[in-house]
Ligand binder design. Structure first.
Ligand code: MGD
Ligand code: MGD
Ligand code: MO
Length: 752
């Protein structure tokens, strides 16, 4: 149930990396964080793939690589543009692919022009020779796959990183290809499922936007009146507004100026279910917010870390949640595949499954009947969790969950051995299905889509073109569907194999389906009147499209330029707390942003506030260790893991340490650019640059040199406690997602 800060999902899948000839890993450390996924990468290597690791640290993954390049944190965009420039200058780009499938790729070439190998070297802090070695090795081998994770997302420009990576892959025609793609390694168990089901504050389930149309659609799906639903909110405006996010909510409590973004009120209560929350940047601000709230509830199998950080003495409740082995239902993996999980034991002691706790809330708040109506779907009672799965099969059409039925998942679970791990193809009773029915799985006859955007196979075999953003603002400010922008078409120039319609087409609607060569009977026409593929409960539009080999969401171009975003084409911008003060003027950050997930967020004013690096001269990198997970709440409560990794530390390069008179094993104070400070053990390591220190993000329970052990209810303290690295991570949030800039932090260190 835990949430994540990263967005994404693989275009391909883990087994498919065995088909790659080169694997570029940038901003991820799978040897530590995805040790099982890493096995596929190593198999790929045995099959001849070259492995490239680009990371500010020499990691365990780097140790497996054929080529390693160290770059400064937050400079991947310069590196990627350098690669694109090299690709174009050497005529290595796939022009047919770009012309057919990518909208305004020329704007990328234009932006890339300035990133000569020398500029890349200067911005990224690697040598021009090393950069050229990387781009030469990557382009000399095909197909190439790209892997990233939190090294790319936890930045003010995180979304630009995650756009430019795929764009670079498109220049090489690597997306929609076996052994190619972008294999984003996601975080928690079922984090893909959690975002598919809208554990996010900016959309409804299935990524339906929060607007009147979607709310009306869902009121139908949930079988409640739209008006009743609307009354749950203070106003229609608030109903259609993005909520606070995991990273902005503390500002909704402590900074009263944000009340205007929140219907005139600061936040008063917090219910935290399945999230660490002490892992957001600037933990001392989270503490301040927790102290100030009227009511705090944690729903967790363990004592949530944040419950120990706060000084509050009243109105805080810990509700014991069951763990994953005490529950059953569907979970989605990093490659969009859904799997059925069976309960191992019933919840122990007084613990309850998360949904039971939510049902109890609904009963006491008086809307249990409305809450569960669509589970019953006309029957006298519901069957958990199958009927919850059936609800999303019916309602989540956008990403094609129609075909991911409980019956199919259970049959797959019983026949694991019949699937090939490299192709995900089933045989015998599961012949004609891919493992996990990776979405989109358009119907109960569809096999699922293990590799997205393939045009060499038909839609019914898992093929599809790109999904363009068809929406634009019309002259009256209202959204309209468009097929072109500024004279450039958004329609693809090719089509998936077996398509009866040649070329690109808009998403399928009742109005356009006949113009695509599909005929509907008078009765069918009547049934789908005014509908499109995303809200047609009869499925006629989707099924007719599939029969004709057409993709329901259309066949468009991927947008290399997103015209409604601040950075229409990705741009390098220095972090708010930049290690390279001299580059800030050339690559400044964004203007301050008001009402960003309901908080007023500083960008330029924070960057310009002072010459940060003069007072905070050490660049801090944070990340994970293999022994602990997330906050470490669960893993530090394991004697075995606490024994393996029981102590918080900072990796420091001996050269930097010597300059400061710090010996291996000395305690040091690390002061952040906010008010936080932590006391940790210095460990000499050559894995970090001479300018950097590295700290794991997996510790908690010590607070600026003091132990919080007495604050745990008796018998619940974990075996290993440590300082929380986020007490010193800097202010800063992604311009689109609000993901905290935890990967670019400056600090001051001194011997303790
Ligand atoms: N054992 C273990 N496994 C885990 C987790 C755990 O806590 N413990 N957490 C899970 C979760 S929730 C997630 S999201 C994933 C995260 O998986 P990863 O993203 O692999 O995890 P990190 O260690 O945070 O960061 C990856 C690498 O990014 C590098 N990096 C930092 N900044 C930059 C940058 O600007 N550019 C580049 N190129 N690299 C950079 C770091 O040095 C680090 O080696 O792991 C999951 N797996
Ligand atoms: N400096 C720095 N900070 C970071 C990162 C970084 O790289 N550097 N990475 C960020 C990322 S990507 C993430 S995902 C976060 C870590 O993510 P968090 O969500 O903060 O950390 P977890 O420890 O996974 O917290 C999950 C909580 O849910 C509880 N839990 C487990 N199973 C269940 C269940 O079935 N039901 C319920 N109700 N609760 C359950 C656990 O006991 C725990 O308290 O850290 C972020 N913070
Ligand atoms: Mo994560």
């Amino acid at each position: 149930m835990a949430n994540t800060l990263g967005y994404g999902g693989m275009t391909n899948h883990l087994g498919d990396m065995q088909n790659s000839k080169v694997i570029l890993i940038m901003g991820a450390n799978p040897a530590v964080n995805h040790p099982v996924g890493m096995q596929h990468i190593l198999k790929g290597k045995e099959n001849g793939a070259k492995i490239i690791s680009i990371d500010p640290r020499y990691t365990k993954t780097s140790a497996h690589a054929d080529l390693y390049a160290r770059i400064r944190t937050g400079t991947d965009i310069a590196f990627l543009y350098g690669m694109i420039r090299y690709i174009v200058k050497n005529d290595l780009h796939d022009k047919q692919y770009l012309n057919d499938r990518v909208f305004d790729w020329e704007s990328i070439v234009e932006e890339a022009e300035q990133y000569t190998p020398e500029v890349v070297a200067n911005v990224c802090g690697c040598t021009a020779e090393k950069f050229l070695e990387v781009v030469k090795l990557f382009t000399a081998n095909s197909p190439g796959c790209l892997i990233w994770n939190q090294g790319w997302t936890q930045h003010t420009i995180g979304t630009s990183n995650t756009r430019l990576g795929p764009i670079m892959q498109m220049f090489l025609g690597n997306i929609g290809k076996v052994g190619g793609g972008c294999n984003i390694l996601r975080g928690h168990d079922n984090v893909q499922g959690a975002s598919d089901m809208a554990n996010l504050s900016e959309n409804l389930p299935g990524y339906y936007p929060i607007n009147e149309g979607s709310w009306k659609y869902y009121s139908g799906q949930w079988q409640v009146d739209y008006e009743w639903l609307q009354k749950r909110f203070k106003s229609k405006e608030m109903m259609e507004k993005k909520g606070f996010s995991l990273s902005t909510w503390p500002w909704g409590v402590i900074d009263e100026a944000n009340a205007t973004n929140n219907a005139g009120t600061p936040l008063k209560a917090l219910i935290c279910i399945g999230n660490g929350i002490s892992t957001i940047t600037m933990t001392h601000k989270t503490k301040e917010a927790l102290d100030k709230l009227d009511l705090v509830v944690f729903i967790d199998p363990y004592v949530n870390d944040a419950a120990v950080i706060t000084d509050r003495t009243d109105n805080m409740f810990l509700l014991p949640a069951a763990s994953q082995v005490e529950t059953s239902g569907s979970v989605a993996a990093t490659n969009r595949s859904y799997q059925w999980r069976s309960r191992v034991v019933k919840p122990l002691y007084e613990a309850k499954e998360d949904h039971e706790i939510l049902f109890e809330f609904a009963k006491r708040l008086g809307f249990y009947e409305e809450y569960t109506r669509s589970l019953k779907n006309g029957k006298p009672s519901y069957e958990w969790p199958e009927d919850a799965t059936r609800e999303y099969n019916r309602s989540i059409k956008t990403i094609g969950l129609q075909g991911v039925t409980p019956e199919r998942m259970k049959r797959q679970q019983e026949n694991w051995a019949l699937f090939d791990p490299v192709t995900l193809k089933g045989s015998g009773v599961v012949e004609g299905e891919y493992y996990g029915l990776p979405w989109p799985c358009w119907s109960e006859k569809h096999p699922g889509t293990p590799i997205m955007y393939r045009t060499d196979i038909s839609v019914m075999e898992g093929g599809m073109g790109f999904r363009a953003g068809w929406m634009d603002k019309g002259p009256d400010g209202k959204p309209v569907v468009v097929a072109e922008k500024n004279g450039q078409t958004l329609l693809a120039g090719n089509q998936p194999a077996g398509s009866r319609f040649k070329g690109g087409y808009l998403e399928i609607t009742a109005d356009n389906i006949e113009s695509l060569g599909i005929t509907l009977s008078a009765e069918e026409k009547e049934k789908v009147k005014g509908k499109n593929w995303k809200n047609d409960n009869t499925y006629i539009l989707v099924n007719k499209a599939l029969e004709a080999g057409l993709c329901p969401y259309g066949n468009g171009k991927a947008r290399a330029r997103v015209w409604e975003w601040t950075d229409q084409t990705p741009k390098h911008r220095e972090p708010l707390h930049s290690f390279r003060q001299d580059l800030v003027a050339k690559y400044p950050t964004f203007e301050d942003k008001k009402d960003h997930y309901r908080a007023n967020i500083r960008y330029a004013s924070e960057q310009k506030k002072q010459k940060w690096v003069e007072d905070f001269p050490v660049n801090v990198v944070t990340g994970r260790i293999v022994e602990h997970m997330g906050t470490g709440t669960e893993t530090r409560a394991s004697k075995y893991l606490a024994e393996l990794a029981g102590e918080m530390y900072a990796h420091i390069h001996p050269t930097l340490a010597k300059k400061m008179g710090i010996d291996d094993g000395d305690m040091i104070w690390v002061h952040g650019t906010g008010e936080g400070k932590i006391k940790v053990k210095a460990r000499y390591s050559y894995s970090v640059a001479e300018t950097d220190i590295f700290m794991p993000q997996n510790f908690s329970g010590l607070w600026s040199g003091k132990s919080l052990v007495d604050k745990y209810p008796k018998g619940t303290a974990p075996y290993a406690l440590g300082e929380n690295s986020n007490q010193i991570t800097s202010y800063g949030y992604d311009i689109n997602t609000s993901c905290p800039e935890t990967k670019c932090t400056l600090a001051r260190i001194e011997k303790a």
